[in-house]
Design a protein around this ligand. Structure first.
Ligand code: TPP
Length: 583
């Protein structure tokens, strides 16, 4: 066999094994060294190849697809600095538990560390952020080596999906000539195992013994003052059992916007989702002190909740984590339970049938929630544009079956405070693994490839950070509405003590960039509207949802006024609560 045929058989086996294991998407960035990987992926009948020129955006684009599908997405790039541009997306995927298979092409060993062009040390480039690294062997087409490369592919998929999910990195050395032979006989059947099989990868559900669940249920039933806290969850599959558990125990649920519990047609009677607002009210906190907290999912966004948990420490804090992680920044957990959320709820419930929960405790929480919602109602009548009201408007305007991708900084915090519960099916996603303001446009666009009616809510600096990402929308005809909240700089810093340091604040933290985004949006073929009134915003938003391509609806706000607006709102809510409860 020629070099070309050997290499083709080897790389084709690798690509085919990935496709057999239900990998559907490959995000490729152009380059020469990765030629056989790119061409064979593009040629495989079961794979969708998406070109993304900028590797930094490509990494996040793949992350968005993988987040939405909960399936591994493959990244392919050439050697050199291209590989390093994946770094932020790999870090986010690691912490957010998103399965990615990063495939970097490399020079063969004789061309490493000898001054060859576009050659950098790519070994373990992502350090601890890759769950598994393999320096793949050079292409060979012996049966043993074809089985080897198929096994590498299967193991990459298995590792990316096993708890906790995350990124893996395969570095693939390739010798020239790099062009594969697409006419090779039995191209996709090379190296297949007995009866054309591939390695299936099974994932187990983590659980406890029935005996342990029985003891736990008995203990939980002794508590009258409990709270269930739900942080980010991958989907809403546990919504019904979680709410049932809450009702049976008489524990209110504090559901983070990323818990997928704020929207949907599950029972919402135990939901107390205005907690980020009312937990700032010192006067009522003592009355709400729980004796036990059961926490599911990632740590919630709300700082007010974190402080409440630390200040009013419950006797027991049980953290249930499907993936056996250790996500407890309060450092107060009394029990870490490695168990699938749905299995946990169902198993505890199976031992709880005789519990008759009193509703005295949950009524107190629900009454505070109602008073908070009355206080927040003032937003409805406001005429001026404000960041908080933009979220309230969005919660109304988003259609059923839509996805809201939320930028970091103030957008996710405002969604936490002002996105009211509803019975529509609205998925809310964000990059909360490492909370970066980078790559958000690309991640949202990756999501839009999978989910219909995708809307991105983002601040101006974060939008600027990943303007490059917009090209993917043009190249792949993606539809997205981007609500751009432009307060000309980093609005979040005005809430922090740094804002008191007047001499240096604007230059170091406020960082106004004075950008006119219209031209940039148009350059990428998108439509742009600046809304100056709520009426114009509603109209532009609704119109954009029926249009193809990228539509940016910008509202301009002022950072200083935004802080005052939030503080006034919190004060009004405090008054409303105090009027109702303290007389
Ligand atoms: N760089 C990255 C990659 N990620 C970060 N989180 C930061 C810097 C620090 N940071 C957090 S918020 C923020 C910065 C720079 C400002 C974001 O501004 P913008 O996107 O306009 O949102 P706003 O704060 O106005 O809501």
């Amino acid at each position: 066999m020629t070099h070309t045929d050997k290499m083709t058989a080897y790389i084709a086996s690798f690509i085919d094994e990935l496709a057999s294991l239900d990998v559907q998407d490959v995000v490729v960035s152009p380059g020469s060294r990765s030629t056989p990987l790119a061409i064979l992926a593009a040629d495989h009948p079961a794979l969708n190849v998406h070109i993304n020129i900028d590797e930094r955006s490509a990494g996040f684009f793949a992350l968005g697809i993988a987040k939405a599908k909960q399936k591994p997405v493959v990244l392919v790039c050439t050697s050199g600095t291209a590989t390093a541009n994946y770094y932020p997306a790999v870090v986010e995927a690691f912490y957010a538990r998103v399965p990615l298979i990063v495939v970097t092409a490399d020079r063969p060993h004789e061309l490493r560390d000898v001054g060859a062009p576009q050659a950098i040390d790519q070994i373990r480039l992502f350090g601890e952020f890759a769950k598994w690294f393999a320096e793949v062997a050079l292409p060979e087409d012996t049966p043993a080596m074809l089985q080897y490369i198929r096994t590498v592919a299967a193991r990459a998929v298995g590792t990316a999906l096993s708890g906790p999910k995350g990124p893996v990195h395969l570095n693939v050395p390739l010798r020239e000539p790099l062009l594969p032979n697409l006419s090779l006989d039995n191209l996709w059947g090379q190296g297949k195992r007995i009866s054309n099989h591939y390695v299936t990868v099974q994932k187990s559900l983590s659980t406890l013994s029935d005996e342990s669940f029985k003891h736990l249920a008995t203990r939980l039933a002794t508590y009258k003052k409990g709270v269930i806290v739900c942080g980010g969850l991958a989907d809403s599959s546990s919504a019904n059992v979680l709410t049932k558990l809450a009702k049976t125990l008489g524990f209110p649920i504090l559901a983070d916007p990323l818990s997928q519990l704020r929207s949907g047609n599950h029972d919402q009677t135990m939901m107390v989702n205005s907690y980020d607002t009312f937990l700032r009210n010192e006067a009522i906190l003592g009355d709400l002190k729980p004796d036990i907290i059961i926490r599911f999912g990632a740590m919630p966004v709300s700082k007010a909740l974190l402080l409440f948990m630390k200040q009013y420490t419950p006797k027991e804090l049980i953290v249930v984590d499907e993936e056996a992680g250790w996500r407890d920044p309060t450092l107060l957990a009394t029990e870490m339970i490695s168990c699938d959320e749905e299995v946990f709820c169902k198993s505890v419930l199976s031992h709880l049938s005789s519990v008759e929960a009193s509703n005295e405790w949950s009524s107190k929480w629900l009454a505070v929630h109602e008073a908070t919602m009355r206080g927040l109602q003032e937003l409805e009548s406001e005429h001026e544009l404000s960041e908080g009201k933009a979220v309230l408007e969005l919660s109304r305007l988003l259609p059923d079956e839509s996805t809201l991708f939320v930028g970091n900084s103030m957008p996710i915090r405002d969604v936490d405070s002002f996105f009211i519960e509803n019975d529509k099916h609205i998925k809310i996603l964000a990059n909360r693994g490492a909370n970066g303001i980078d790559g958000v446009v690309s991640t949202a666009l990756g999501t839009s490839l999978v989910e219909k009616n995708t809307v991105l809510l983002i601040g101006d600096l974060s939008f600027y950070h990943d303007l490059n990402g917009l090209l993917a929308a043009k190249m792949h005809s993606l539809n997205i509405t981007i609500v751009l909240v432009n307060n000309n700089g980093g609005g979040i810093f005005s809430f922090l003590p740094q804002s008191k340091e007047e001499k240096h604040f604007e230059a170091l933290f406020g960082t106004p960039a004075d950008l006119e985004f219209e031209k940039a949006v148009e350059m990428y073929g998108g439509k742009y509207v600046q809304a100056d009134t709520w009426e114009a915003f509603r109209q532009a938003f609704s119109q954009s949802m029926n249009e193809q391509g990228v539509s940016v609806v910008e509202i301009k706000t002022k950072r200083h006024e935004n802080v005052l607006h939030h503080r006034n709102l919190w004060n009004r809510v405090t008054q409303e609560i105090n009027k109702s409860f303290l007389g």
